[in-house]
Ligand binder design. Sequence first.
Ligand SMILES: Nc1ncnc2c1ncn2[C@@H]1O[C@H](COP(=O)(O)OP(=O)(O)O)[C@@H](O)[C@H]1O
Ligand SMILES: [Mg+2]
Length: 275
Amino acid sequence: MIERVPTGVPGFDQLIDGGFPRGSTVLLTGKPGTGKSMFALQYLYNGVKLGENGVYVYAESHVETLKEQAKQMGIDLEQLEKEGKIVLLNVPLAKKKFNILYAIEEAKDKVNAKRVVFDSLASFTVNIDLFTIPYAYSGIAASSVTVNVNADPLFRDLDEKEGRPTSSENSKQIHYKSSKPDRLIYLIIETLRNLGTTNLLITFSSDNGKRISTDGISEFISDGIIEAYNELLGAKHARTLSILKMRVTNHSQYIHEFEINDNGITVKPAEELYK
Ligand SMILES: Nc1ncnc2c1ncn2[C@@H]1O[C@H](COP(=O)(O)OP(=O)(O)O)[C@@H](O)[C@H]1O
Ligand SMILES: [Mg+2]
């Protein structure tokens, strides 16, 4: 029996056998304004209510915007942070050589998190040249910056064969090239998977919905994909979502309408039509 992690988003969990498979990594995609961040906030907050702490990795504009959005939904992120139930990890787009993999691990350990949200891989991909990954993972000749190997947990357990810099090289970390972001996206997803947490990754669908994500690879690595739409239907936009993939889950094959109000997202019951 597979353990389920309920999102707590009203009307949603019944579409996926009760929740995400525990330990899975699920992609939530859709155009801007389709409710992805609200879904993610509900997922984390409902987790806290069940005793599961969370990390919100935030790479989208400013963290204050997220706090305001949460406040409107009745979620006091600052309070939850103070109580040690949620970590807001703001990915600093202005700071170069930020070790994102280590920062995520550290945030998870800080509150023993069971749920992680990454919002969003898409904005991260755009700024990928700002981030560093360990030399060992680079696979390419490094343009190096000096870091203290012993102080960096990502180097500590490596031997030289695995890419630990020799003392003569001093310590090295590569500055990842924006032309090839796949590897870093892959590493981030792998890092999240290894945390043992149940993860929700947000991305954008691009090419007018023809591509599921902007990076073009996260959809193949993730265990599940939810797509949210906001399409013109007659004289109004209709909010719908569908589940494109959810491993080990007998999931709904239908398009489901949902609404957004001050409380966040509510998925409406399926139409008679579908039965
Ligand atoms: N209180 C509310 N009532 C109705 N709709 C809302 C409310 N708050 C936000 N929205 C809708 O939700 C959208 C924002 O959702 P958000 O989760 O930030 O989208 P995304 O992360 O997909 O870009 C807004 O553009 C607006 O259409
Ligand atoms: Mg958003």
